[in-house]
Design a protein around this ligand. Structure first.
Ligand code: NI
Length: 397
């Protein structure tokens, strides 16, 4: 379909496609370099250096050292208008890569296994396209290269540093191995979960395993509590509000013939709705208090709220979806929410935001994020550049 935005040249689609085709090989080179040199949260100094070098080469004004390793580039359009953030994350994971690729990680135990190297590179490509087409933009694009998504701390620090001041809307994106390359996904409303953590220490009274009547057994109490926590989702949370309660660690005792003093277990609560989150927190505390009464133990409960649920706002989602269709055709479809979490959610609480899913699945592969064999299809970079560039040009037209 021809372009429908009144201020854009009619050949916007082909202009974006042509520039992307021209720069794609260079972008893949950058991606492979970043992939070979992964860095953990708040240690992305080399990565930030590559970003700064590329923005300098493109002549795009930028600021470095925001929230330690963050970089923000700014492209001012030819006319005044709103300010749009496009955000990419830059950090890698403590995973030992086993892809066997020629550009595999050179750092043992570190890998870009979530594709943040793809994200950083894609945003550099968007920067190049939008910079060339800047006279067509009515407004400002802020290119936000964020550190430390995996450690869930980077977005918060970037917001504290003022990155969203004066910003009207934000677009994030993530590569999706579950979608074939060439396809895109969107999920209206709450799309990713709030991720809270809890830790419970059950205090009893130690004693000889042969004489439990003379002790207070925290292991039996903890075992019952862990089972009771599984009734929160099935018996207390509204069934149309998704929730997960998982205990991921339990520690207590050292010997078969000793009742220990205490047992500690910890886990995570994932919810998409505030009501479910409140219900789960209150139920964990209440069940622990009940166990104290029922089994003579004493429970210390620490419940910590983590990143909130990520809310995709229709005011950003709808125009982006329309732009992807204009640029690339009928390639974007609705996806299910996920109980995973991501700190772009914090930005989605400050400004209207949308996270675009970019298909990265290679044919015949069953890939997953955070997996030592993950190999996203690099064609997702050029396609992501086209989709995001078009969205920015349409929204600031
Ligand atoms: Ni990720």
């Amino acid at each position: 379909m021809p372009d429908t935005s009144p201020h854009l040249p009619n050949d916007t689609q082909s202009a974006i496609a042509t520039i992307t085709a021209e720069i794609e090989a260079g972008l893949i080179e950058v991606r492979r370099d970043l992939h070979a040199h992964p860095e953990l949260a708040f240690e992305e100094f080399r990565t930030a250096g590559v970003v700064a070098r590329e923005l300098t080469r493109l002549g795009i004004a930028h600021e470095c050292g925001i929230a330690i390793t963050g970089v923000v580039g700014t492209i001012k359009g030819g006319r005044p208008g709103p300010t749009l953030v496009i955000r990419a994350d830059m950090d890698a994971l403590p995973i030992h890569e086993q892809t066997g690729q020629s550009f595999a990680s050179t750092k043992p135990g570190l890998m870009h296994a979530c594709g943040h190297d793809i994200h950083t590179t894609t945003l550099l490509g968007v920067a190049d396209v939008l910079n060339r087409l800047a006279p067509s933009l009515a407004g400002t694009v802020k290119l936000v290269f964020q550190p430390a998504e995996e450690a869930i701390g980077g977005a918060e620090k970037m917001i504290e540093a003022g990155v969203l001041e004066g910003v009207d809307m934000a677009i994030g994106f993530h590569n999706y191995p579950q979608l074939p390359v060439g396809q895109f996904g969107f999920c209206p409303g709450p799309a990713l979960a709030a991720a809270d953590t809890f830790e419970v220490t059950v205090h009893g009274k130690s004693g000889h395993a042969a004489h439990p009547y003379a002790a207070v057994d925290p292991i039996v109490a903890a075992a019952q509590l862990i089972c009771q926590l599984q009734t929160i989702v099935s018996r207390e949370v509204r069934p149309l509000h998704p929730a997960v309660v998982t205990v991921g660690a339990i520690n207590g005792g050292i010997a078969s013939n000793i009742i220990p003093d205490s047992v500690t277990f910890k886990g995570t609560v994932r919810t998409l709705h505030a009501e479910a989150q409140d219900t789960a927190e209150a139920a964990i505390k209440r069940l622990c208090a009940g166990m104290a009464e029922g089994m003579r133990v004493h429970c210390n409960v620490t419940y910590t709220r983590g990143v909130p649920a990520m809310l995709n706002n229709d005011s950003v989602l709808e125009p982006v979806v329309a732009s992807v269709r204009r640029q690339l055709g009928d390639v974007i479809h609705r996806t299910e929410p996920s109980m995973g979490a991501e700190d772009f959610a914090l930005m989605s609480q400050v400004v209207p935001a949308f996270q675009l899913g970019i298909g990265a699945g290679a044919p015949g592969r069953d890939d997953r994020l955070h997996n030592s064999g993950y190999q996203p299809d690099e064609a997702c970079i050029g396609l992501g550049v086209q989709a995001l560039s078009r969205a920015a040009l349409d929204m600031l037209s």
